[in-house]
Design a protein around this ligand. Structure first.
Ligand code: ADP
Length: 359
C-alpha cells in the first residue's frame, strides 16, 4: 500500500487518481508484482529489465532510478516491481514525511544491502534532507553532526549500498544536483488503449467480475490512459452492475455508469469540461495563468497541474504557453462552442454543462 502523507483531499473529482482513498488499501491485489504482470510502457520496461538483469549478474545494487509521470500511472507499482525482480527489500516513504534529517537517517541506516528505497513526491524534499541524500546516493554514507556550536563535529556513518527510486509528477521542480545523481530515468506516458484494455481485463479477473470485451474496451477508453482510474471505474461499474443484478458487465452498463459519473467517452470528467469552458467563456480561449484558473474551478494549483492538465494537453485540448493556458480549436469543437467573435447572445453560459456525452 502507498505510504503517502499527502495534504487534505481538495478535489471533488469522482475518480481522482492521486488521493489515497480507502479503496487503495484493497488495491494491493490489483498491483502487478513483476515486470511480466506490469502492462504497457514497453520501451521503458524492456530497458529496465536489461538494467535489472545486469545488476543482478554483477551482484551489485541497481543504479538510482528516477520516475517521472502524472499520478496513477504506476510509479509506486514499478518501484515495488523493481525490488521484487531484484529479490531485495523494499522501503517506501514520501518527501513530505521526511521532516528532519533524523527521519531520513533513521531509514537509511536500517536499509538492508541492495534494497530499494522509494521516495514519492521527491520534488518536495527539504534542502537539508536533499543534501544528506546526495552523499548517501553517491558514497553510501551519511554526514551526521554531533554537538553544537564550536564543539560540533561531523562524523560519517556508512549505509548499505541501496537503490533510491525517486518519483515525481513534476520533474521541473527537482533540483539539477539531485537529478544528476540518478543513473536511470523513466518517463511514464499515458497508457495506450490496448494496454488499458489488458489492465481492465486483468483487474476484472482478479476481482472475479465478468465483463464483455466491448464493455472492457469502453471502460478502458474512458479511463484517461491511467490504470488507477481504470481500476476505480471498474469498481464503480461493478457496483452499478451488482445493484442491477447483472451477471455480466455489458457495454450498456458501462455506458450508463459512466454517464452517471459524468465521464464522457474520452474520459473527461465534469471538471475537465469546466476547465475548458472557463478558459473559453471567461478568458476568450486564454491565455490564463494556472493560479487564476485553479481559483476559478475551486481546485489547488497542484491538482490542476498534476492531474487535469496533463491529460487535457495530451488529448489536444489545452496548450501551455509562456503567458498561460490556451485552449485549442479542438476544445471549441468538442464542446460545440463558437469562438467569441462569432458568438451570439444565445450561446451557452459557463454554468451549463454542454460537454458531449457520447454513448
Ligand atoms: P503512481 O505511484 O504513479 O501514482 P501507482 O503505482 O500507485 O501510481 O498505480 C496505481 C494503481 O494502478 C496500482 O494500484 C495498480 O493496481 C495500477 N497499475 C499501475 N500501473 C499498472 C500497470 N502497468 N499494469 C497494471 N496495473 C497498473
Amino acid at each position: 500500500m502507498k505510504d503517502k502523507s499527502e495534504g487534505p483531499a481538495v478535489s471533488k473529482g469522482i475518480v481522482h487518481p492521486e488521493k489515497p482513498l480507502e479503496e487503495d488499501g484493497r488495491d494491493m491485489a490489483l498491483r502487478p508484482r513483476n515486470l511480466a504482470e506490469f502492462q504497457g510502457q514497453k520501451a521503458m520496461k524492456d530497458n529496465l529489465s536489461v538494467f535489472i538483469q545486469a545488476a543482478r549478474e554483477r551482484n551489485e545494487s541497481l543504479d538510482h532510478l528516477f520516475l517521472i509521470g502524472p499520478p496513477g500511472l504506476g510509479k509506486t507499482t514499478l518501484a515495488q516491481v523493481v525490488a521484487n525482480e531484484l529479490g531485495v527489500d523494499f522501503k517506501v516513504t514520501s518527501a513530505p514525511a521526511l521532516e528532519k534529517p533524523k527521519d531520513l537517517a533513521g531509514i537509511l541506516t536500517t536499509l538492508s544491502e541492495k534494497s530499494v528505497f522509494f521516495i514519492d513526491e521527491i520534488h518536495r524534499l527539504k534542502p537539508a534532507i536533499e543534501e544528506m541524500l546526495y552523499i548517501a546516493m553517491e558514497d553510501y554514507e551519511l554526514d551526521w553532526i554531533i554537538g553544537q556550536g564550536p564543539s560540533a563535529r561531523t562524523i560519517r556513518i556508512p549505509v548499505q549500498p541501496f537503490t533510491l527510486v525517486g518519483a515525481t509528477t513534476r520533474a521541473g521542480n527537482v533540483s539539477s544536483p539531485l537529478i544528476s545523481r540518478f543513473g536511470i530515468t523513466c518517463r511514464f506516458s499515458f497508457y495506450l488503449e490496448e494496454d488499458m484494455e489488458a489492465i481492465v481485463r486483468r483487474s476484472a479477473g482478479i476481482l472475479a467480475v465478468k465483463i464483455e470485451d466491448e464493455a472492457a474496451a469502453l471502460l478502458a477508453r474512458s479511463a484517461r490512459g491511467t490504470p488507477r482510474v481504470a481500476n476505480r471505474l471498474l469498481r464503480r461499474i461493478r457496483d452499478f452492475a451488482q445493484i442491477k443484478e447483472a451477471v455480466v458487465i455489458t457495454k450498456e452498463i458501462v455506458g450508463e455508469g459512466l454517464s452517471r459519473l459524468e465521464i464522457d467517452s474520452l474520459g473527461l470528467e465534469r471538471y475537465d469540461r469546466d476547465i475548458l469552458k472557463i478558459i473559453i467563456e471567461r478568458y476568450n480561449g486564454g491565455p490564463v495563468g494556472a493560479e487564476t484558473l485553479a481559483i476559478s474551478i475551486g481546485e489547488s494549483v497542484d491538482t490542476l497541474e498534476d492531474y487535469y492538465e496533463p491529460y487535457l494537453i495530451q488529448a489536444g485540448f489545452i496548450q501551455r504557453t509562456p503567458r498561460g493556458r490556451t485552449v485549442t480549436q479542438q476544445a471549441y469543437d468538442y464542446l460545440r462552442l463558437p469562438r467569441r467573435q462569432q458568438r451570439t447572445q444565445n450561446d451557452a453560459s459557463p454554468s451549463q454543462d454542454s460537454g458531449e456525452l457520447l454513448f
